[in-house]
Design a protein around this ligand. Structure first.
Ligand code: SAJ
Length: 477
């Protein structure tokens, strides 16, 4: 059968026209990088003309970027390829028939995090629209992060249903997971190695042909489609696991009265070939769109695809334990706050707690799945009052955000640092204590941002993640 597909690719000729479905933070940079490649004649960006995203079509066709935030090189590249007539955005999916290759980058959010079942509806619609207009010899590539088994499973079935053709005979199908990070989209696409996995060798080879011209430092890593899906979900699962290991050790250090950061320095000093320890950082929690979901994709994959998994009887998945530890950290921040208030002779109920940082990563306005929200809910359900400061996040449903430090800190019985925004590294203990109006306010450092001794000397009750050496300090007048 592979002969059929290889033949279909030969008949179609080299890739000249490309379609990118989904004009988001993954699709847009990919589309304009393809358009910049001399041998690619035309790139169509396919975008549904919906109420929420339809505006992108006219913006992109004017050569403007609809993406917020600073993306070095992107705006200029969009302008360049639009002016050169090599990129055009459209809601007319019938143009897919003219494409030699079509990539699909539509996100797969979890509708309700509690059920941890991803919402594939938008992605399935994109795949369906692609299948409906697919022509023989076209390569389809899924770039979205999906549960292992999706490309060769539901994606293949939808494409075959809609096109009436057979994958691996009439058209190619592959998975090439995106690995871009906001703020470095173009650079990541050019310099990160690119995992590319086809449902068969011909599809893999054609996908390598598609992506090679846009790589600068990066190299292609070919494998099967399912292996590529496992790789993507596992690369984030492993990062979540590394963070959980740091969090667990930090909790142990607190319990044993030692400074986690001293211990970490010792561990990280092991640098000899093959014995390096990649120890990450403990923190107030793990937020974002990647690490909070990709473990569950991997776990679902092994449930759906796995045959006769050999596993220690009754033992819980290490990866799910890691998720539980990371999800516990906002509760730990609450316990530190509660214990700190108790030292100041107060209870959480009727206390005012100022949260510094709503974004899930430093110096960013991205607050998806922020750990701060979990902490806020626990404080409020315990009868406390909350004020929130964030210098980057404009707004967020269900919370009042302020950039007025004095207003957020004023009257606060406790201050909890949740995000390592650069603004928080220079907090002045004397000024801050004055601003709270209390003799012994509590400071809880969730990101190792402040110097414990400077605050303790100013009369603060200090608590810090991993700071077992300081968390039971004497109280200064
Ligand atoms: N975090 C810790 N300790 C650490 C590192 C992170 O608590 O040592 C927390 C952060 O505060 C944040 C969360 O984990 O709340 C996630 O942080 P992140 O740096 O992993 O940022 P993400 O979620 O944007 O992860 C993305 C991923 N990239 C893609 O999926 C393409 C991830 O694979 C990258 O490793 C990461 O960016 C990166 O390195 O920037």
């Amino acid at each position: 059968m592979a002969g059929g597909l290889a033949e279909a690719f030969v008949e179609r000729g080299p890739i000249r026209t490309i379609g990118v479905v989904g004009m988001g933070y993954v699709g847009i940079p990919a589309a304009v990088l393809f358009a910049e490649v001399p041998q690619y004649r035309m790139v169509y960006g396919f975008q549904r003309d919906s109420a929420t995203s339809g505006y992108k079509i006219s913006m992109l066709n004017r050569g403007e970027s609809p993406l917020g935030g600073d993306e070095p090189g992107l705006a200029a590249l969009i302008q360049k390829v639009v002016a050169a007539g090599k990129f055009s955005c459209t809601a007319d999916f019938s143009q897919i028939a003219s494409c030699d290759a079509v990539t699909i980058a539509i996100q797969t959010p979890f509708l309700d995090p509690s059920d941890l079942l991803p919402d594939f509806s938008a992605l399935e619609e994109g795949i369906r629209l692609t299948g409906r207009h697919l022509s023989r010899g076209t390569l389809v590539v899924i770039e979205s992060t999906v549960t292992p088994g999706t490309t060769a499973g539901i994606a293949r079935r939808i494409l075959e249903e809609e096109s009436g053709m057979v994958a691996g005979r009439d058209f190619g199908l592959a998975h090439a997971p995106e690995r871009v990070m906001v703020g470095r989209l173009i650079r990541n696409l050019q310099d990160h190695d690119r995992v590319v996995g086809g449902i068969d060798d011909a599809s893999t080879a054609r996908a390598c042909e598609l992506y090679s011209p846009i790589l600068v430092q990066g190299r292609i890593i070919p494998m099967s489609a399912t292996a590529a899906e496992v790789e993507k979900t596992a690369e984030n699962t492993f990062r979540d696991l590394q963070i959980a290991a740091a969090n667990q050790l930090a909790l142990y250090c607190e319990a044993m009265g030692v400074n986690f950061y001293d211990v970490r320095e010792g561990i990280a000093s092991l640098k000899e070939e093959g014995v390096t320890r990649a120890i990450l950082w403990p923190g107030a929690g793990v937020g974002g769109h990647c690490l909070t979901k990709d473990t569950y994709h991997l776990e679902r994959g092994v449930k759906v695809l796995g045959r006769d998994l050999d596993w220690p009887e009754g033992e819980r998945s290490l990866f799910l334990s890691a998720r539980a530890i990371n999800d516990f950290m906002p509760a730990h921040m609450f316990h530190l706050t509660r214990d700190g208030l108790a030292r100041a002779g107060k209870g959480v109920a009727c206390s005012r707690v100022a949260i510094l940082g709503w974004a899930f990563i430093p110096n960013s306005d991205d607050a998806r799945n922020t750990p701060s929200e979990v902490f806020r809910d626990i404080v409020v359900s315990s009868g406390g009052e909350v004020s929130v400061h964030d210098p980057w996040v404009e707004d967020y449903p269900g919370v009042t955000l302020s950039r007025d430090f004095g207003q957020v800190i004023g009257g606060a019985d406790a201050v909890a640092i949740f995000t390592g925004h650069r603004e928080y590294f220079s907090l002045d203990p004397a000024w801050l204590r004055e601003a709270t109006g209390h003799p012994h306010p509590v400071i809880v450092d969730g990101r190792n941002v402040i110097d414990p001794d400077a605050f303790i000397r100013e009369g603060w009750v200090y608590k810090g993640i991993g700071r077992g050496d300081k968390n039971s300090h004497e109280l200064f007048p």
